[in-house]
Design a protein around this ligand. Structure first.
Ligand code: HEC
Ligand code: HEC
Length: 241
């Protein structure tokens, strides 16, 4: 009898404890995406902007399919950054897609940044490569895919403005040397490999010195025919995610 009462008290107590724990958990304002993304925004800034460090890329407002592809690339070894790969290695594709949508929908202003300085002759060459490429090498201009405003095109092509010089240079260098890969056919690998290292430097400096337009958003769709095939764009066209 005594023992039974004790047991039932314990049961009541445990049930109450459990109920209050559940209530606390569900009422917690803490379990939001913003909260869960703190491990990321420690480097990518609190709203997915680029961090104060000159290298961290901004992720807010980039096309979601592009972000989704990059998360999978880091997890699966097509891009190398051990500190991120560690955070991503057990994440499912579904959760990565959710994260990609979360950051793609963030609308925060771009930080002002100074780009590299170029001699007028270098700036003119860089601008020509970006706007119209070099026909003698069958190299398309960057704008043909990245959009006339260079702010990217939904859903899989990222913008090229508002990024640190060192970051752009490192990405082109990584495609050049094969340490960054995208879905095949990897158009960016071909493009980076046809640029000389001097061209990579001046194009990176020129892009990062361009002002970011006030209504900076990726274009909703491509307005020109793609000059080359890109696997990541083809994959995006195959299935609406
Ligand atoms: C320790 C700092 C750090 C942490 C933590 C971190 N990142 Fe990154 N992230 C970086 C750096 C640095 C790069 C660029 C790496 C490179 O050179 O390719 C990057 C690149 C990216 C890119 C590609 C951006 C682009 O324009 O291609 C995405 C997307 C991204 N991170 C999302 C995340 C998410 C989501 C998390 C949390 C799960 C996260 N990051 C955590 C530092 C970090
Ligand atoms: C044929 C289309 C095409 C052309 C032309 C092109 N790009 Fe790209 N670019 C892409 C696609 C698609 C991606 C996304 C690849 C991925 O998913 O990783 C990309 C990604 C990039 C990135 C990575 C951005 C980031 O946030 O990490 C950089 C930098 C870049 N391109 C620079 C250039 C430059 C500079 C030129 C011109 C010299 C250029 N691109 C021309 C299609 C193109």
């Amino acid at each position: 009898m005594q023992r039974n009462r004790l047991l039932s008290h314990t049961r009541v107590f445990l049930t109450a404890l459990l109920a209050s724990l559940c209530a606390a958990a569900s009422a917690a304002p803490e379990d939001t995406m913003a909260q869960r993304m703190r491990a990321c925004t420690a480097c990518h800034d609190n709203q997915g902007r680029q961090g104060s460090d000159a290298y961290y890329p901004r992720i807010a407002g980039k096309p979601y399919e592009y972000l989704y592809n990059q998360l999978r690339n880091f997890r699966d070894g097509r891009r190398q950054y051990p500190l991120m790969a560690g955070l991503l290695h057990e994440m499912s594709d579904e959760y990565m897609l959710e994260i990609a949508h979360y950051f793609a929908a963030l609308d925060v202003p771009y930080a002002k940044r100074g780009g590299g300085t170029l001699a007028p002759e270098q700036a003119a060459r860089a601008r020509k490569l970006v706007e119209s490429g070099d026909e003698s090498r069958r190299l398309p201009g960057c704008a043909a895919c990245h959009g006339d405003a260079l702010m990217g095109v939904q859903p899989a092509v990222p913008g090229l403005l508002g990024l640190p010089t060192d970051y752009i240079r490192a990405q082109l260098g990584a495609w050049h040397s094969g340490t960054r890969k995208a879905a095949s056919p990897d158009c960016m690998a071909e493009i980076a490999q046809s640029l000389t290292s001097e061209e990579i430097s001046i194009v990176s400096a020129w892009l990062s010195s361009q002002p970011v337009p006030a209504d900076a958003k990726p274009a909703p769709r491509a307005t020109r025919e793609a000059p080359m095939e890109c696997g990541s764009v083809l994959d995006a066209q195959k299935g609406e995610r």
